[in-house]
Design a protein. Structure first.
Length: 379
């Protein structure tokens, strides 16, 4: 994109009172971002109002700085790109959503690739969920992402803590592709904890944002970016979500876009599972393995495996699983307290604590906040 063209697109997105919808109307009427700013006040007012015309004819005070910042960023490497609505490189999947972004900033291995790249590929799956998942939920996200990446799908998520981060990591561990749609400018990483993960994604996949460089992590921007996550994908898989989770926004947007919605069920006692249960009641497909997702999307499943990772000491006469089979059975798969386990097993508290510690050290259970314990699904 040439400098003058980039300046016009930036000016359009930075002009107060001109959102995506008005921008699309202006583009449809005048043909290009540059042409918009060549119009008379009368021509502009015919599309909206005199107030809108004045806003468009007034250059944003930060335009010059934003343009220079963007040019400097683009000059920082061959893995950077800015595309605008109507550009041949604009992701075609986003043209079908109700509110396609006017501009997209891309960073990563596939920023300048052809139609074979993940942003243009037909096989993408969104994986989203709680920022505060249970250990089992986080393990599920990583395992499903790895299996789906093994099957050739590009995993799309939002780089948030919890399920998002685990999904990106699982795809990367499989050597697959992943796209992170972020709620800040691409010159920032949020949360900071995912700085190293963001670098890994850039090396192996791509990060995308519709927000100008320098945009901080504003609360309102994260729900807004969810339409891009669902829009890029064939379907959305929700792994653990409370009833008021932002992940349910992504699922709703996916359904409105005519995409498939999948949900993994959990314990009826877990707040982190209630959002998934609500989605299933509303018609989302209940999934237990990656195979379920692939079958619903009519995609081949050759070569995938959902075999749980080996954990702890192999079963045998001397293994914790064998020695503590009664305790493992008493744990069940719900989170339980020490008092509940003592009541179920009759084991004296000091001995029970020792046995729980050994199971934890062997990776057969999770110790949760609040003094609770949960058996691993693969234990």
């Amino acid at each position: 994109m040439e400098k003058q063209e980039l300046q016009a697109w930036l000016r359009l997105t930075l002009t107060t009172g001109v959102g995506n919808e008005i921008s699309r109307q202006l583009l449809a009427a005048f043909g290009s971002a540059q042409a918009i700013f060549e119009q008379t006040a009368i021509a502009l007012a015919q599309l909206g109002s005199e107030k809108l015309a004045r806003a468009i004819q007034t250059e944003p005070p930060n335009l010059s700085d934003q343009l220079q910042m963007t040019l400097d960023w683009l000059g920082g490497g061959e893995d950077r790109r800015v595309v605008a609505l109507g550009d041949a490189a604009y992701p075609t999947a986003l043209l079908d959503i109700a509110d396609p972004p006017i501009m997209l900033y891309m960073l990563g291995k596939y920023a300048h690739s052809s139609q074979a790249s993940p942003e243009q590929s037909a096989s993408r799956i969104a994986i989203v969920g709680s920022r505060n998942p249970t250990p089992q939920g986080e393990a599920n996200a990583r395992q499903f992402a790895k299996a789906l990446a093994d099957a050739g799908l590009c995993v799309v998520s939002g780089l948030a803590l919890g399920i998002d981060g685990a999904a990106h990591d699982g795809a990367l561990l499989a050597g697959g592709n992943t796209i992170a749609v972020v709620g800040t400018g691409l010159d920032r990483v949020y949360p900071k904890k995912h700085l190293e993960l963001a670098h890994r994604i850039a090396r192996q996949g791509m990060l995308i944002s519709e927000f100008p460089l320098g945009t901080p992590p504003l609360t309102a921007n994260f729900p807004k970016r969810n339409r891009i996550i669902s829009g890029l994908s064939l379907g959305t898989l929700v792994i653990e979500a409370a009833l008021k989770s932002g992940s349910l926004i992504t699922a709703r947007l996916a359904a409105e876009q005519g995409k498939e919605v999948f949900a993994i069920p959990g314990s009826i006692h877990s707040p982190q599972s209630r959002g998934c249960h609500a989605l299933i009641k509303q018609g989302a497909k209940l999934v237990e393995t990656a195979q379920d997702v692939l079958e619903e999307l009519n995609l081949p499943s050759t070569g995938i495996s959902m075999k749980p990772p080996e954990c702890g000491t192999p079963e045998g006469s001397d293994s914790p699983a064998s020695a503590y089979s009664a305790l493992i059975a008493a744990l069940g798969f719900d989170a339980v307290s020490l008092d509940t386990l003592q009541a179920r097993t009759g084991i004296e508290t000091p001995l029970l604590q020792v046995q729980l510690l050994e199971l934890e050290l062997n990776g057969m259970l999770f110790r949760l906040p609040g003094g609770l314990f949960q058996r691993r699904a693969d234990a």
